[in-house]
Design a protein. Sequence first.
Length: 74
Amino acid sequence: MNRAHLRRAARKIREGELQNYIHHWPEVPVDAPMERGKVYHYVFHHDPWCTVYDGGGECNCDVEITKHAEPKRS
Ligand SMILES: [Zn+2]
């Protein structure tokens, strides 16, 4: 494995962890009005074969978008 491979692998792990984290937050309707002071995250679920993963490729799948509200930070 060269450096680029290692960097990509590390990024994949970080993104995976963030995704797992976000998925535990309550999902809200994508078009629901947002409350001031709350933090929302949009998650784009691409199909595994989507060209968006080919590096700078455009999305050519039927992407599913979910919206999650971050719990209040203490
Ligand atoms: Zn896609």
